[in-house]
Ligand binder design. Structure first.
Ligand SMILES: [Zn+2]
Length: 131
């Protein structure tokens, strides 16, 4: 999840940005890699959430109505980062990831015992994003 800038090679950090789509839809809390070099400031959407973002844009279509969307409702990684930001305990990021993974594993066991394959698949996708 951590990476180096493709332009200047410096470390990149992950930030939550608001993205406006077709001038009408404001998508909040989209995880973006931002270069820590101030002169460069290159940014790009985090690879693992691109599919969720593409799917959302496809669902919205070419002429969406004016609306605000909380990306953390859709993306597990965004949800994770929002939770961390809310608590502002950077040193505890790893602990929070582990808590969340345990929560998801519990959900997975529940889904499995219910034989709900769609739910299992959804949870597995969420685990892949943050695991
Ligand atoms: Zn850079």
């Amino acid at each position: 999840m951590f990476k180096k800038c493709s332009l200047c090679g410096n470390e990149m950090t992950i930030m939550l940005r608001n993205v406006v789509y077709r001038n009408r839809v404001k998508i909040h809390n989209v995880p973006v890699h931002v270069c820590t070099d101030e002169c460069c400031a290159h940014s790009q959407v985090v690879e693992s959430i691109k599919d969720d973002l593409k799917r959302l844009m496809k669902d919205l279509g070419q002429s969406p109505r004016r609306q605000d969307i909380e990306f953390e409702q859709i993306s597990e990684l965004s949800h994770m980062l929002v939770t961390v930001a809310d608590h502002d305990e950077k040193s505890n990021v790893r602990a929070r990831f582990e808590d969340r993974i345990n929560e998801l594993l519990d959900m997975f066991l529940l889904a499995q015992s219910l034989g709900d394959e769609r739910w299992m698949l959804e949870i597995r996708q969420r685990l892949v994003q943050i695991g």
